[in-house]
Ligand binder design. Structure first.
Ligand code: DCT
Ligand code: MG
Length: 510
């Protein structure tokens, strides 16, 4: 079953179609005086042309409605250079050779950048001699250059935090989460992949046509994109945000220690608020959930970078007391350059430690924090790691390294005496911290695995399995054809084993 077909297509209200002349009512400041654009309507259509003209004007570009001598750049879609040339000749344009003939992909990249971007070969429309313009077989089906080679795997795409398509990705994140709450894995994955591919695009989607040639966008996804383009919002997303079950699951799972099972139970019991749950005497809570309720306000307010850096110092200092040669690396979202996160993740490894010293470190570090009164919650899980175990086949499997899930007390930094006296409240914040200890020879795999994003990791494993007949997890990489484990001392080496171009941590925000 195609997961995207599982959802009924809801009705959408249609707006009356705009024409090319009805737009451009609002005057905009011209920021880029050197360029005068003209957008060709042929094969683009009046609606899309009007939309692009208005968008470009809003971004500070001068766009002419009529072709005139002042025009410097011609932007066309689904037209070859020869097609544009032929059209210009029919309009009796004199200085054709002085005009830049560009594919719409250039304009779309400019819209994403908010300024003119460099015109390269992929944007420039070339005039082929002796080619019969416009009628080359299949010419209509060639996607615009900018979207020609997008991989279905996030590990073959660069995804920075500069998301040009947040309007769509926010919507898909909500829909994916709703399917996760309803345990509809197929639809959840479909929307997560769609959001991930849109996050990687260097241009904003402004028409359904822009989605041509982009992988991971099924009919259902495209229908929602169309709805958002036309109405500015999606009726499906609004329905989810108002849905009792979604609202309750979102609220319940915001408590540390509450997963889908518990949320389901509380929802079925008729609970809708956390205060009712906390005060109900018949309910039993795990130690994790008790801590989750106790520090709820602190934990739902995200960790910022300054707090993450302060925790970094705390972890490094504590580790250095017991294992001075240990390497401590902040992983997770902060390593990918995010400014906020729900927790702070660390990977610890030591080149010189004995197995015993390695096993003792997290115990010693957490004992120290307990003595200092900084340990608000600690769940230490011992290692089940085995050297020659094959990597897991599951894309979401937990790893076997020793780790601890913590809540630490972070005192507010005191900059000066005035500042400290102004600090209101308790003077500290509860912060979720994950520490992972791994054997030194597995540090590259553990670092790659714990840097995320989750979608990036899933696609790395999927790529290894389906494209390379290899198995990858947070511990190892195994080549099934050669029946050997492939060793690595760095993330770069793992990418190289997989035949992938290296993707920097800040480009893994899939
Ligand atoms: N990870 C893993 N095994 C786990 C948990 C996480 O391999 N049991 C990986 C996937 C992403 C990375 O570690 C960090 O996990 P999170 O902290 O959940 O994600 P994040 O990207 O850091 O997000 P946030 O900013 O919300 O913390
Ligand atoms: Mg994290």
């Amino acid at each position: 079953m195609d997961p995207q077909q599982a959802v009924p297509l809801g009705p959408r209200k249609k707006r009356p179609k705009q024409t090319g002349t009805s737009v451009a009512a609002t005057p905009h400041d011209i920021r880029f005086q050197d360029l005068v654009l003209f957008i060709l309507e042929k094969r683009m259509g009046t609606t899309r042309r009007a939309f692009l003209m208005e968008l470009a004007r809003r971004k500070g570009f001068r766009v002419e409605s009529e072709l005139s001598d002042s025009v410097t750049h011609i932007v066309a879609e689904n037209n070859s250079g020869s097609d544009v040339l032929e059209w210009l000749q029919l309009q009796n344009v004199k200085a054709i050779s002085e005009l830049e003939l560009l594919d719409v992909s250039w304009l779309i990249e400019c819209m994403g950048a908010g300024k003119p971007v460099e015109m390269t070969g992929k944007h420039q429309l070339v005039v082929r001699r002796n080619s019969s313009p416009s009628h080359a077989p299949g010419s209509q089906n060639i996607p615009p250059p900018a979207v020609q080679k997008i991989s279905q795997y996030a590990c073959q795409r660069k995804t920075t935090l500069n998301n040009c398509n947040q309007l769509f990705t926010d919507a898909f994140d909500i829909l994916a989460e709703n399917y996760e709450f309803r345990e509809n894995e197929g639809s959840c994955v479909a929307f997560m992949r769609a959001a991930a591919v849109l996050r990687s695009l260097p241009f904003p989607i402004i028409s359904v046509k822009d989605t041509e040639g982009i992988p991971c966008l099924g009919d259902k996804v495209k229908c929602i994109i169309e709805g958002i383009i036309e109405d500015g919002e999606s009726s499906e997303v609004i329905a989810v945000l108002n849905d009792e079950r979604y609202k309750s699951f979102k609220l319940f799972t915001s408590v540390f220690g509450v997963g889908l099972k518990t949320a389901e139970k509380w929802f079925r019991m008729g609970f809708r608020t956390l205060s009712k749950i906390k005060s109900d005497e018949s309910l039993r809570f795990t130690r994790m959930q008790k801590a989750g309720f106790l520090y709820y306000e602190d934990l739902v307010s995200c960790v910022n970078r300054a707090e993450a850096e302060a925790i970094n110092v705390l972890v490094k200092e504590a580790v250095a007391v017991f294992l001075p040669d240990a390497l401590v690396t902040m992983t997770g979202g902060f390593r990918r350059g995010k400014m906020t996160g729900h927790d702070v993740d660390f990977l610890i490894t030591s080149p010189g430690a004995t197995e015993e010293e390695e096993q003792q470190l997290l115990h010693k570090v957490t004992d120290l924090w307990r003595q200092q009164g900084l340990l608000l919650y600690c769940d230490l899980i011992e290692s089940t790691f085995e050297k020659f175990k094959l990597p897991s086949r599951k894309v979401d499997a937990l790893d076997h390294f020793q780790k601890c899930f913590l809540i630490l007390k972070l005192y507010h930094q005191r900059v000066g005496s005035d500042e400290s006296s102004q600090q209101e409240g308790k003077g500290w914040k509860a912060i979720r911290v994950d520490l992972v200890m791994c054997p030194y020879d597995r540090r590259a795999f553990a670092l790659l695995g714990w840097t995320g994003s989750r979608q990036f990791e899933r696609d790395l494993r999927r790529y290894a399995t389906h494209e390379r007949k290899m198995m990858l997890d947070n511990h190892a990489l195994y080549d099934k054809t050669k029946r050997v484990f492939l060793e690595a001392d760095s993330e770069e080496e793992i990418f190289a084993h997989l035949g992938l171009d290296y993707i920097e941590p800040w480009e893994r925000n899939a």
